[in-house]
Ligand binder design. Structure first.
Ligand code: X2X
Length: 336
């Protein structure tokens, strides 16, 4: 399915939000699994996941039936992480940075201004750095599929002012996802970060509990954050991706032939989702401008300088350790 910008911003399927995606009256399959996530149904993640679930059902001849629960229907990221750990849901996609509350080294891919472009991101994540993080995840009772799904390069929005230099972040009440790395980064800018799960972000912005937030354009568009924000500063301050996680026991319960089919389709859907998200992030700015969001493109030198001076890079290098940091720098070049 092709996502057009029109269908995207028209919010075509708001009515579908009330129900899990997929076949409501499916006969109980041999393996009836749940996949939960935090994104709106029109985001490429859910569009590709729907195709993926259909392909898995078809190729396993109905033995594996994955039902999708998008848009925090089953709770916040924090709730869903508990559910995938306990087996209440079998699959869940989560930012490595939020996963770091369980697997500390999973945050390494979110270091500020580490990746200059997607080429560098995928080389690292499909290579040694990704393998390193997946090996750490495997020790936690969760299994991460080979291909991480894209969230994107993150941009800062606010209802109060554009961010032109790092000084503009001083004192800003900004929402960050629940993750020590995110809080540390925005403290380095002298902002006032508050950890809030994505499920609460729209209302936190609407009621002005916070002034701003940061997310890729694909999310600012599909979650309609432009309705409650005025400015968007294209800082590209970090890249973020979603590990496609499985509950280990549920994963191992699948016979090996089914596991191979399921993994193949999940990874293939992730590769398509990467293409969709990059395309959307590259094209949706015009539509968001038309909706009233005011864009600016800041120079990033002052941000990097502020982080260096605050000791951000040194602190996180010490936390992740020399070996992991070397893996990161092998892709990104010297950081800090
Ligand atoms: O919580 C967010 O901002 C989001 C949707 O980007 C993540 O899942 C990290």
């Amino acid at each position: 399915m092709q996502i057009t910008r029109r269908t995207l911003l028209a919010g075509a399927s708001a009515g579908a939000l009330a129900l899990p995606m997929g076949r409501a009256f499916a006969q109980k399959a041999e393996f009836a699994y749940k996949y939960a996530n935090n994104l709106p149904v029109m985001h490429p993640m859910n569009i590709r996941a729907k195709e993926m679930a259909d392909a898995i059902r078809a190729e396993t001849k109905g033995r594996v039936d994955i039902q999708i629960f998008p848009n925090n229907q089953l709770g916040s990221d924090t709730d869903m992480l508990s559910q995938v750990r306990s087996g209440g849901v079998e699959f869940f996609t989560l930012s490595g940075l939020i996963l770091s509350t369980l697997v500390p080294s999973a945050a390494i891919t979110g270091i500020g201004f580490a990746f200059p472009d997607y080429g560098t991101v995928w080389k690292a994540l499909d290579g040694e750095l990704g393998a390193h993080v997946r090996a750490q995840i495997a020790k936690s009772g969760l299994v991460a599929m080979d291909k991480i799904w894209d969230n994107g390069f993150r941009q800062i929005t606010s209802s109060t002012r554009p961010i032109v230099t790092a000084d503009d972040l001083k004192g800003m009440k900004i929402r960050v996802p629940p993750s020590p790395l995110w809080t540390s980064m925005f403290k380095a800018f002298d902002a006032a970060p508050t950890s809030i799960n994505f499920s609460e972000v729209y209302s936190a912005l609407q009621t002005k509990v916070v002034e701003g937030q940061e997310n890729p354009l694909a999310i600012i568009a599909t979650a309609k954050l432009y309705e409650v924000q005025k400015y968007c500063s294209l800082t590209n301050h970090m890249w973020d991706g979603f590990w496609f996680l499985a509950n280990k026991k549920a994963w191992e319960r699948l016979p090996e032939d089914l596991r191979t089919i399921v993994a193949k389709h999940i990874n293939a859907a992730g590769m398509k989702e990467r293409v969709d998200v990059a395309a959307l992030n590259a094209t949706v700015q015009k539509e968001l401008s038309d909706k009233g969001l005011v864009f600016n493109l800041p120079k990033t030198d002052s941000f990097r300088e502020r982080m260096r001076k605050a000791g951000f890079y040194a602190e996180w290098k010490a936390k992740f350790g020399d070996e992991a940091w070397a893996l990161l720098e092998r892709s990104t070049g010297k950081l800090g």
